[in-house]
Ligand binder design. Structure first.
Ligand SMILES: [Zn+2]
Ligand SMILES: [Zn+2]
Length: 276
């Protein structure tokens, strides 16, 4: 099992349960050494059109006025539990290149940022990573990932293989094709170049059960990680992506550990948080 986790949400994102303290207490109970809080950062309404905002569930994310409350909760937890566990503050954010100042501002408030691309801009429109990636639009996802990693703002690119969720090849079939191979290589090479961790995401299993109709996981996607494992300098970590304190050490995390072991992935057990 894992002893550190840097991908943790709270009820402030409206699709998770528990406050900061609940996760900290659970992490201590599971014998964790480090816990990083990384709730979904706010997304401002003027970042996109109203319909794009709704389509991408942006209204769920933490509201701007909650940010100081969330940060204060982390501060309080450090004060109370700091001798038992090391607590990092963070956010999971999207990346729209034109809003870079917004992400810089967020980064200035916390220890680290996770990059999670749930949507991306492609030819002027905002597309959803779960439902609108195909052989054509995949490049928008990859370019967003590359630009994001190159900013130096992000420590980890979480669920980098999310593009496979409902990916469609030229025939409209969900198949890991040559475009996916190329995308995977570009993501891995940029991650190495920028010193960004790639995350094998345990929450993908739950999402696969909810949204998938077969035994196969929608993500983590085996073919992606089969390519990734060939890059010996690549830093890979496991993320619980906890949306409930119990997710920090549940059977999904266990299955992901086994998946990584079977694949022979070289997993880092600690994420180094650089103080910039
Ligand atoms: Zn979430
Ligand atoms: Zn997350």
């Amino acid at each position: 099992m894992i002893k550190n986790n840097y991908h943790t949400h709270t009820a402030y994102c409206h699709h998770a349960v528990g406050n900061v303290e609940d996760y900290v207490v659970a992490a201590i109970r599971y014998g964790f050494e480090e816990l990083g809080m990384s709730d979904h950062a706010p997304i401002l309404e003027n970042f996109m059109t109203k319909s794009e905002y709704d389509k991408n569930w942006c209204y769920q994310n933490m509201k701007s006025d909650i940010v100081p409350i969330y940060l204060n909760e982390i501060e309080q937890a450090r004060w109370k539990y700091g001798r038992q566990i090391h607590i990092y503050s963070g956010f999971e954010t999207e990346f729209l290149p034109e809003q870079i100042e917004f992400y810089r501002e967020l980064k200035s408030k916390v220890d680290y940022l996770n990059l999670g691309i749930h949507y991306f801009r492609y030819k002027g429109k905002i597309l959803n990573s779960f439902s609108e990636v195909n052989y054509n639009t995949l490049n928008g996802y990859v370019e967003t990932a590359i630009m994001g990693m190159k900013t130096g703002l992000f420590t980890t690119f979480v669920h980098p293989d999310l593009f496979m969720f409902q990916y469609q090849n030229v025939f409209g079939k969900r198949e890991f094709d040559s475009y996916c191979i190329e995308a995977t290589k570009r993501i891995c090479e940029t991650a190495i170049e920028c010193g960004v961790y790639l995350e094998v995401n345990a929450n993908g299993l739950r999402n696969s059960v909810v949204y998938g109709d077969s035994e196969e996981w929608l993500y983590p996607y085996r073919d992606f990680w089969n390519i990734a494992k060939e890059y010996k300098e690549l830093k890979i970590i496991i993320g619980a992506d906890a949306h409930n304190p119990l997710h920090l050490a549940n059977e999904d995390v266990e299955m992901i550990c086994r998946f990584c072991e079977e694949l022979g992935l070289n997993i880092e057990d600690r994420m180094e948080v650089k103080s910039v």
